[in-house]
Ligand binder design. Structure first.
Ligand SMILES: Cc1ncc(C[n+]2csc(CCOP(=O)(O)OP(=O)(O)O)c2C)c(N)n1
Ligand SMILES: [Mg+2]
Length: 791
């Protein structure tokens, strides 16, 4: 489906790049630079410090991308475009939002203070229009790629009006972000999925945090991007330098700059006019026309000429952006200088460098900003304030209405558990989705699944057979056409509802992030489900954290999990994922044992993913088939399952022992409680479906200080106050140990604390001490220690 073409006009419908427009943009670029530096200066030097800590901020990083960001926000962007702003240029973003009238002054005054503008752009915490959070470098960048895939998805599924122009998903990124492997993982995946409408603007200042980077990086960048089908636009020299290259010494000058090592160029940028002259005189001695060139420039104008890189040349940047003629992904390598225009320019240590109060005063004087007018949007600019105001008000981004209309909630139908006497939670998950896959419209039409090359082995095969793989192009299942028997039907088409990824788990979580933000990016509610082997959550953990941080809503299914994966061995067995579930903000973690619990949790989860105060959901599942309790969930039991725990065998009042289990070790716990029936008939068996929800509820009750007991306290109330708890799960015991802190109960924790290994279940459960015998031993120890007099 061709994207509607984008008019090359601004909000007034007039031509975009007139000399008048450029003059206004240059003025506003200066103002954005000033405001970003002032914001940082104010936070560090003028706001009283109560703790003596350095506040920080990155003036040099801001200076290097101010031209590109000004060009984008104040000229190029339309209302459908979405941008990930380089983390350390957050102040420029805030300044531009302020100029657009979208950010109150208070936010800038409180930069890096509680409730103020955030250090790095944050969707959830900033008051203005952040599209993609950034901070952990590389992740926001790659998310724009997946957002472009999601944009294609919602369009090809006819979920957005056909006449809505396609937005461009844009990352303005630091050059060192290309050191992050996740960026290349994403590039390859983007190539497979033929992503469109994607721009990455690389702030090629050739500096990272610690120093100056390799001279020939740009060649590698160019080659990488071309290899995966991107158009690469290199913006190297500005208009002044281009003009100088036309002169008699032009060729020699161009060659000198081209050959100039990055460290030397950076050092000269820092040192300024006289040092350029010295080097050029020495290195280009005898070049005809050089003397005239040097004589016609004083030190200041020679410095301006030699630092006239295209990334700081508004005209060149605008030409490049407006010169894009297709929806092919574009990479702009914009040559810049870190700290351009500031006394920090080019210095290798400038990343966290701050201008001194004297330097700021000099900068303020040079810009003609009167004292007291530091926050004024137009003070010191050449253009008339009225003209600037009018220009800004007419921009598409300045309009007050929301750029995205929130979608209506998707109604969640009842999810029935699969009927089986014995079934694993992974199998139940597959069957639930298989049933959903038979349905059209409603909930089923909003579910999108994805998996990093483990679709079949996590049991998504049935769903995919119904819904097929998503791809922009229709591609038949060749095995099927050739009559090769396979239970999998893997045709790809634009209507498909499963996005198959390569193995990289970072990509899984970033795609889930983009899918899980679709309501806020594109006004379309999707209910994404991602499945992967539980241990490999750790491989994509920063991306999972990023997704949660940015409040994307998805369901992640970690399966299989734990040492229950027995013969597969230690490299595939997860130990600490329950602790991730417990500790990760924005993620409600569950470890059900039975199919009916899973169905209830999934049904609830689809609602939680849409609730204003909801979040994402993590299900830790297993391939071990367990005998199922023959029961119909009462409303009360269902509520208990969702809240995190229920008594599978209620304790007698005053009972001195309870066994508490989570997940797949349910049979062992049940067996142990049955064996104890004679000796300790009152002992209870507590099934924990979500240590995370229980814990959160307990913390809230404690911290709320209302005196109302938490759910776990209410559940444990029938026990003797000194009762012992034997806790057990196929995962790290700390997941349940905290139960001992809720009262006086003594906890005897069982679980896995070492890497797993191959074996069968009896051997492994014995070896790691989570079998029935281990539970009974722990119960015996608990009861014995109870008899001992307290010292
Ligand atoms: C994942 C991650 N690792 C490390 C950092 C710390 N860090 C912040 S900025 C930076 C260097 C960034 O250099 P570049 O991307 O080139 O930005 P610029 O030069 O434009 O400031 C580093 C290492 C981080 N923010 N995220
Ligand atoms: Mg850099």
């Amino acid at each position: 489906m061709p994207a509607p073409t984008r008019p090359r006009t601004n909000g007034n419908g007039s031509s975009v790049i007139t000399p008048d427009t450029i003059a206004l943009l240059k003025d506003l670029e200066r103002k954005a630079l000033w405001l970003s530096c002032w914001m940082i200066h104010h936070a560090n030097h003028l706001r009283p410090s109560r703790d003596g800590l350095k506040v920080g901020g990155h003036q040099a990083s801001c200076a290097s991308s101010v031209t590109a960001l000004t060009a984008l926000y104040l000229n190029v962007l339309g209302r459908e475009d979405r941008v990930a702003v380089k983390p350390h240029a957050a102040p420029v973003f805030h300044a531009l939002q302020y100029l657009l009238g979208l950010e109150p002054l208070d936010q800038m005054r409180n930069f890096r203070a509680l409730g103020g503008a955030q250090s790095y752009p944050s969707r959830t915490k900033d008051a203005d229009a952040v599209d993609f959070s950034t901070g952990s470098v590389g992740l926001g960048v790659a998310t724009t790629l997946f957002a472009s895939l999601v944009q294609d998805y919602v369009r090809l599924h006819d979920m957005v009006p056909e006449d809505r122009p396609m937005g461009r998903m844009i990352a303005v990124m630091g050059d060192a972000e290309l050191d992050e492997g996740n960026v290349f993982e994403a590039l390859l995946e983007g190539w497979k999925h033929d992503v469109r409408n994607l721009w990455w603007v690389i702030d090629y200042n050739r500096q990272s945090l610690d120093g100056v980077i390799n001279d020939f990086l740009f060649k590698k960048i160019r080659d990488f991007f071309r290899t995966v089908g991107w158009k690469v636009v290199i913006l190297k020299y500005g208009k002044k330098l281009e003009a100088a290259f036309e002169g008699p010494a032009g060729e020699a000058l161009r060659k000198w700059i081209d050959d100039c090592p990055n460290p030397l160029y950076s050092a000269l940028c820092f040192k300024g006019g006289g040092s350029w002259r010295e080097h050029l005189k020495k290195d280009l001695n005898g070049t005809s026309g050089l003397k005239e060139l040097l004589d016609s420039h004083d030190d200041g104008s020679l410095h301006a000429l030699m630092t006239n890189l295209a990334g700081h040349d508004m005209e060149s940047v605008l030409e490049a952006f407006h010169g894009v003629k297709s929806d092919a992904p574009h990479c702009f390598v914009t040559y810049t200088i870190k700290g351009m225009g500031l006394p920090l320019a080019g210095h290798k240590d400038n990343h966290a460098g701050l201008m001194t109060p004297d330097q700021m005063a000099g900068f303020q004087a040079a810009l003609g900003i009167p004292e007291g007018a530091e926050w004024d949007p137009f003070a010191g600019l050449a253009s008339e304030p009225e003209k600037l105001r009018h220009f800004l008000e007419a921009l598409p981004l300045a309009a007050r209405e929301q750029r995205v209309q929130p979608p209506r909630p998707v109604k969640i139908e009842t999810i029935a558990p699969p009927q089986a006497e014995k079934i694993s939670t992974q199998d139940a998950f597959g069957r639930i989705l298989n049933e959903l896959g038979k349905q059209e419209g409603g909930l089923a039409s909003r579910i999108v699944t994805t998996s990093p090359d483990v679709t079949v082995s996590t049991n998504l095969g049935g769903w995919v057979n119904h819904k097929r793989l998503f791809h922009r192009e229709r591609k038949p299942d060749v095995f099927r056409l050739e009559g090769v028997p396979s239970p999998q039907r893997w045709g790809r088409w634009p209507e498909g509802q499963h996005i198959e990824l390569g193995i990289a788990e970072n990509n899984l979580f970033l795609l889930l992030t983009a899918l899980g933000l679709s309501d806020r990016l594109f006004g379309v509610r999707l209910l994404p489900i991602g499945a992967l082997y539980d241990p490999f959550i750790a491989r994509g953990l920063d991306a999972l954290t990023y997704g949660c941080y940015t409040d994307a809503r998805f369901m992640v299914v970690g399966t299989p999990s734990g040492i229950t994966l027995a013969p597969e061995g230690g490299a595939h067995q997860s130990v600490t994922t329950p602790l991730i579930g417990l500790g990760q903000p924005g993620l409600a973690a569950f470890e059900p044992a039975f199919a009916d619990e899973l169905a209830a949790i999934m049904e609830w989860g689809f609602g939680y993913m849409q609730a204003a105060d909801g979040g994402s959901v993590y299900l830790r599942l297993s391939t071990r088939a367990l005998p199922q309790p023959q029961r119909t969930l009462t409303r009360e039991l269902r509520d208990d399952i969702l809240a995190g725990a229920y008594w599978m065998k209620p304790p007698a009042p005053g009972a001195e022992l309870a066994i508490v289990y989570s997940g797949v070790v349910s049979p062992e716990a049940q067996e142990a409680i049955a064996e104890l029936a004679e000796d300790i008939p009152g002992a209870g068996l507590l099934a924990v479906t979500s240590a995370d929800r229980l814990h959160a509820d307990w913390l809230a009750a404690r911290q709320g200080g209302t005196g109302v007991p938490s759910r776990i306290e209410r559940l444990l109330a029938p026990l003797d106050p000194d009762a012992a708890l034997v806790t057990v799960l196929d995962g790290h015991p700390a997941t349940l140990e905290w139960l001992g802190a809720t009262g006086r109960h003594r906890v005897h924790p069982l679980g896995v604390t070492r890497f797993g290994q191959s074996g069968d279940l009896p051997d492994l459960y014995r070896y790691y001490g989570i079998d029935t015998e281990a539970i009974l031993d722990a119960a015996a120890t608990a009861c014995l220690s109870q008899l001992r007099p307290v010292a």
